[in-house]
Write a new protein. Structure first.
Ligand code: FMN
Length: 328
């Protein structure tokens, strides 16, 4: 029987399937269910700095009516932050006590100070690793094209100097030179990169003339983007790679390993099919490996990565020409 173990962020995983940060990883019941159905690690739902800021701002609006002065508000700022971080670190502690698989904490902040504060607390609570979800929207026309890159590197430097657990960064694909940025970030001392985060994309209701949010979950076609970039970058980075976005079945897992991923992260597939889909994916992975005669993941990791090709740039061009010159 094939050996499915892999290493990711220096952690030994029993297989390459990780439950991505989502609403399914924010309570103990579903974390236990994910473990039961085969997940090899859990990335907890992110703690968002905005949750704290919004709560504080709501209180600040009422401050005059309630007779609070600046000193009171400082105190409430502290209390709100402590309450939220305590709730999050409690989840880390409970998950660590109840499941045997690695627990990766996830944080999403915008101010540099809060990243450090949250990270230190997650480490103290016993998280096995930390994933930073640095989502800088590429829609601000006032920002220089390398703003996001600089910001990522500045945040990483601060956090790396403050924690001792492994660190991964989940990035978006929206950089002006993605390959260069991925490589630079991979060399910044981090342990892993997650390709990619998925931004909220609005949809329009043409009857009500309203904006809605019907694209929350990915579909299997969306694997194209992460597969392409894992394949391009897997032999050019100095850290592990986890593929995220559009992995919905066992075939998706196999493809990402062939591209060079150490692990994959699932969110939408779990929402659409239930967490038992992990068991089905693992079964398929095992059967495929047995059929192909692969005993372990290392035997085929990166086999179809771009670096495995003798002339990657030309291959890209030939595929493009074959397709668009109508010969396919
Ligand atoms: C309902 C929902 C909630 C999510 N919450 C978070 C989150 O808190 N932090 C995070 O980094 N990613 C979050 N994500 C993004 C996922 O972790 C994942 O990167 C993205 O959905 C792409 O993977 P998928 O195609 O398997 O869904 C969320 C996704 C969904 C669908």
């Amino acid at each position: 029987m094939a050996n499915l173990t892999t290493t990711y962020l220096g952690l030994q995983l029993k297989n390459p399937i990780i439950a991505a940060s989502s609403g399914l990883t924010e309570n103990l019941k579903s974390i236990k269910e994910l473990e039961k159905n085969g997940a090899a690690a859990i990335v907890l739902k992110s703690i968002f700095e905005e949750e704290i800021t919004h709560e504080y701002e709501a209180l600040a609006k009422e401050a005059d009516n309630l007779g609070y002065n600046a000193e009171h508000m400082d105190y409430f700022d502290y209390q709100i932050r402590e309450k939220n971080i305590t709730r999050y670190t409690q989840l880390i502690k409970e998950a660590k006590a109840e499941v045997d698989i690695p627990i990766i904490a996830s944080i999403n902040c915008f101010s540099t100070h809060e990243w450090e504060y949250f990270a230190k607390n997650c480490e103290k609570a016993g998280a096995d690793a930390l994933e930073l979800n640095i989502s800088i929207s590429p829609s601000d026309t006032e920002l220089e094209s390398n703003f996001a890159e600089k910001k990522h590197l500045a945040i990483i430097e601060k956090i790396k100097n403050n924690i001792n657990i492994p660190l991964s960064i989940k990035i978006s694909p929206y950089f002006s030179n993605l390959a260069t940025v991925i490589q630079k970030i991979s060399k910044s001392g981090i342990d892993g990169l997650v390709l990619f985060n998925r931004f909220f994309s609005p949809d329009f209701d043409i009857d009500k003339l309203e904006i809605n949010s019907s694209f929350i979950l990915s579909n299997p076609d969306e694997i194209a983007l992460s597969l392409r970039w894992v394949s391009i970058m897997s032999k050019k980075v100095d850290c592990d790679l986890a593929a995220s976005t559009g992995i919905h079945d066992g075939e998706g897992v196999i493809k990402q390993i062939l591209a060079g991923a150490n692990a994959v992260q699932l969110a939408s597939a779990l929402y659409k099919n239930g967490t038992t889909i992990i068991t089905d994916m693992l079964k398929m992975l095992e059967e495929w490996m047995d059929k192909k005669g692969f005993d372990n993941l290392e035997q085929y990791r990166g086999l179809l990565s771009q670096a495995a090709s003798s002339d990657p740039a030309m291959d890209d061009r030939v595929q493009f020409m074959k397709y668009f010159s109508g010969k396919f």
